[in-house]
Design a protein. Structure first.
Length: 145
């Protein structure tokens, strides 16, 4: 199977069967982010305890890229310490700004590398970043509480 085809399967699987897509009633921070260029939006709850991301839950509507990307981010961040999680977000942001020149580090981004091809399409980068930026915002707010 070709790598692009495999990546499309990963994205479709996260879109059709999103992880953590049900807002938890308990959280240390909640954010709502909207991509004004296309209308994608998510509400994301994060729970951080003793510097560990114990849960990331979300609800949202939008394209397959924004929904799959948020699913991937929510799964990837859960269980990480806050510093590690923010480094993962930075790595994904670097991948999205690479204009297709980076493949991403699978050891760091896991399923997130499936979105590497999005970086070639400037109009779709914000879709892919929506959940990651919401997580970063919520994590920063949570650490201030």
């Amino acid at each position: 199977m070709e790598l692009d085809s495999l990546y499309q399967e990963v994205i479709l699987d996260h879109y059709k069967h999103p992880l953590n897509k049900k807002l938890s009633p308990t959280f240390t921070a909640q954010v709502h982010h909207v991509n004004p260029s296309c209308g994608d939006e998510i509400t994301l709850n994060v729970n951080i305890s003793d510097g560990i991301v114990t849960s990331v839950t979300w609800e949202g509507v939008g394209c397959s890229i924004s929904q799959a990307s948020t699913s991937i981010a929510s799964d990837l961040m859960t269980g990480k310490n806050l510093d590690e999680a923010l480094k993962i977000v930075e790595s994904f942001s670097d991948l999205m700004s690479s204009k297709g020149t980076m493949a991403g580090d699978e050891d760091i981004l896991e399923d997130g590398v499936a979105l590497a091809g999005v970086s070639k399409f400037p109009a779709r980068i914000k879709c892919a970043l929506l959940g990651w930026m919401a997580f970063k915002d919520a994590a920063i707010q949570s650490s201030k509480n």
